[in-house]
Each structure stands twice: as C-alpha cells, then as structure tokens.
Design a binder for this molecule. Sequence first.
Ligand SMILES: Cc1cc2nc3c(=O)[nH]c(=O)nc-3n(C[C@H](O)[C@H](O)[C@H](O)COP(=O)(O)O)c2cc1C
Length: 189
Amino acid sequence: MKSLGAKTLVYTAPVWIVGSYDAAGKPNGMAVSWGGICCSQPPCLSVALRKATHSYASLDGKGDFTVSVPSETQVVAADYFGIASGRETDKFRDTGLTPAKSALVDAPYVAEFPLVYECRVRHKLEIGLHTLFVGEILDVKVSEAALGADGHPDIEKLRPFVFLAGPRAYHGIGKRLGKAFEIGKKPRG
Ligand SMILES: Cc1cc2nc3c(=O)[nH]c(=O)nc-3n(C[C@H](O)[C@H](O)[C@H](O)COP(=O)(O)O)c2cc1C
C-alpha cells in the first residue's frame, strides 16, 4: 500500500445542497460534501461548514436548514451552488431553481430536487477550518416520481451522485451489489 498522507481523500462523499435564509431573508443554498447521517435516534445528519461561507451565519444564527439532494441531471446547478456565494448573488435566480418554503423549519429547499431533509441544528462542534453542525431531521420529503413501490425513495429514480475528493469529480452510482445485513451472514459465500 502506498501512503498518500493525512488528507480528506474520501471516496465517496455526498453532494448535498444546504438551504437557508440569510439575515436579509434571501433564500440561499450551498453545496456540501463533508456531511452524512450521524445518529439514528433522534434521526440526525451533520454538515461541516467553513466560517467564510455565507451560509455559516444562517445555520449559526437561525439554526434551521434543509438538505436537498440533486439528481444526475441536476449536476451543473449543484456545482454552481458550490462555486458562487449567496453573499454576491442569488443562486436560485441564477440556476432557475425554485426555493420552496419548508413545512417545519424556517429554511428553503430546492423544489426541483427529488429528496429533501428538513433539519434543526442541535449541536455545533468547532473542529478547525470546518465547524460541524448536527441537525435533527424533522422530516424527509421525496418527490412522487422518485418513490419506489416499497414506499422508500428508489435509487434508480433518484439517481444521486457522489463527490470524489481526489480528482474533485462527480461520479454516478453503480449497480446494486446485494441486500445489506443479509449477504454477510455467510462470510465465505
Ligand atoms: C462538491 C462541493 C462540495 C463542497 N462541500 C463543502 C463543504 O462540505 N463545506 C464547505 O464549507 N464548503 C463546501 N463547498 C464549497 C461551498 O459550497 C462554497 O464555498 C459556496 O460558495 C458557499 O456558498 P455560500 O457562501 O452561499 O454559503 C463545496 C463545494 C463543492 C463544489
């Protein structure tokens, strides 16, 4: 094995758009890959934001945010949310996407994206360059079109994509490998 050093070389990370209203009430979204589910009960996810982002003050102040998960066809807009800052522009206007009002939290979500989490900040941890916000998931919303027959979001319909930290690239998700908590019951097959 070749050592690559102490780096955030994660393969893979999610591509999430964290939605919030800024101090002036303008809807904003930023791309976040340093995030993930971090507790089952209460259901929580975490997102790590640099203080320099415009979104930071919104999460730190209001404490309400959303996570909207884009589909492969929405990768260009998702990337834009990670390049431009709401401090200088209106990213919803620029992308033509719609900031929808959440039902439970005071934060907008991306109406056109198929999977949405409504969250409220419960914990904040200063780590270094990034500050980790833990948000309790108050609701998960999925577009009807992305719902599977089993009542769960269907990955073939959602078509989320991932971020690869090394090449700084987006990648689609490959084929199904098997049923979790089942195929490992006979570890030698
Ligand atoms: C794929 C991708 C993932 C990103 N992940 C993060 C992240 O996890 N944390 C962070 O602070 N910035 C991240 N960024 C950068 C922010 O999205 C970027 O600084 C953005 O302009 C901040 O928007 P805002 O100033 O409107 O809040 C990411 C950018 C991209 C393209």
